[in-house]
Structure formats: C-alpha cells, structure tokens
Design a protein around this ligand. Structure first.
Ligand code: GAR
Length: 204
C-alpha cells in the first residue's frame, strides 16, 4: 500500500509553467508528501490544461461566464467534491473572496512574481509586475510563495528568492529569469513543505 499523500489541486489560468514545475517535482521526488489530483482552470483555453492531460491528471473548467454570481460557489463545490486538502494558485488570475479563503483557511498557497511587499496586491499580476519593477528601477526582484487570505498577496510568506535585474531587461526577459531562477524552484519546495506539515497534522 502506498503512503498517504495530500490531495492537491492546482488552479491555473494560463501557460502553466509553474504547474509543470510541480508535476516535474512530483516525478523527481522533490514533492513526496502531496499529489496533484486535480487541475482546475477558469479558462477553457489555458495551455496548462494540456500539460495536465499529458501528465494524466484530472482537469476541470469553471468560468465566470458559465456560472456568473455562483462562480466561487462552483469552485468550492468542485474542490470539496474532489476531497482537496491543499490548493495551489499557479498563475490563477482571479481574486478570491473572504468566503472562499475562509472555506480553505491555511490551505491555499500562491506564487507571486515579486518580493512581497513590493509590486503586489490588486492590479499586479503577470507581466505588469515586471513592468512596475523595471519602471521603479529596482536592481533586485524575485518571487514569493505565500498563504492566501482575503487580502490580495497579503497572507503569511512561506518562501522567497531574489533575482538580479540587468540593464536592458524587458518585462518579458525579466519574467523568464524570475520564473526560471525563482518561481519554478520555490513553488515545489513550498508545496512539499506545507504538504508535509498537513500530513503531520501540524497547526498551520
Ligand atoms: C507566473 O509568473 C506567476 O507568478 C504569475 O503569473 C505567471 C503564470 O505563469 N502570477 C501572478 O502574477 C499572480 N498574481 P504560468 O501560467 O506559466 O505558471
């Protein structure tokens, strides 16, 4: 009999390179306390869904267009029906309400492409974060994995990693460097760390 693993859902909206990093970390054994059992997207066209299918992981799509004011309730139902114990936001471009974050208190983590508290909160997502960092002229940026509460990017910090900004960087170049050097490393590390604590029944 195989050991119990934390049932993990990864929520995505786009390319899914962070999802891929978690899938790869699961295969290589960096993640051993948890298992992705569901990939949930708010967009039918998210390439992340193809990555999930290639890895033979169950997928679901819940869009605001289909569910309107019941969008979050539908998300909660799908996650609950699938027995999800840990939710990983990996490029999930939706701001979640207090009702949602309270339903899964200390069971939701997010990766953000800056060193929080810089360049975070409402309006700071994807390339916009790197545009703001370059505009400010910071010499160091990075990525953060944190718990999710009702304040956008406001929950307790779990992991951070710094990345150099170089002269002539474009938002796209900086985004790639931050992903490669920081996000794809600290996200799997945080998933394992939190899954291990859930398995041990530690208070989070
Ligand atoms: C990542 O850079 C992630 O940190 C960012 O979106 C990108 C998704 O890429 N998330 C946010 O900005 C959330 N505020 P991916 O789909 O290739 O993982």
């Amino acid at each position: 009999m195989s050991a119990k693993k934390v049932k993990t859902a990864v929520l995505v909206s786009g390319g899914g390179t962070n999802l891929q990093a978690i899938i790869d970390a699961q295969k290589s054994g960096i993640i051993k306390s948890g298992e992705i059992t569901l990939v949930l997207s708010n967009r039918y066209d998210a390439y992340a869904l193809e990555r999930a299918k290639a890895a033979e992981i169950k997928t679901a799509v819940v869009t605001r267009k289909d569910f309107g004011k019941d969008f979050e309730d539908r998300l909660i139902s799908v996650l609950t029906e699938n027995g999800i114990e840990l939710i990983v936001l990996a490029g999930f471009m939706v701001i979640l309400s207090k009702k949602f974050t309270d339903t899964f208190k200390n069971r939701i983590i997010n990766v953000h492409p800056s060193l929080i508290p810089s360049f975070c909160g409402e309006g700071y997502y994807g390339l916009r974060v790197h545009e703001a960092a370059l505009k400010k002229g910071v010499k160091v940026t990075g990525a953060t994995v944190h718990f999710v509460n009702e304040i956008p990017d406001g929950g307790e910090i779990i992991e951070q990693k710094a990345v150099r900004v170089y002269p002539g960087d474009t938002p796209e170049r900086l985004q790639k460097r931050v992903m490669r050097q920081a996000e794809w490393k600290i996200l799997p590390k945080a998933v394992e760390k939190i899954s291990e604590r859930i398995l041990k029944n530690e208070r989070l």
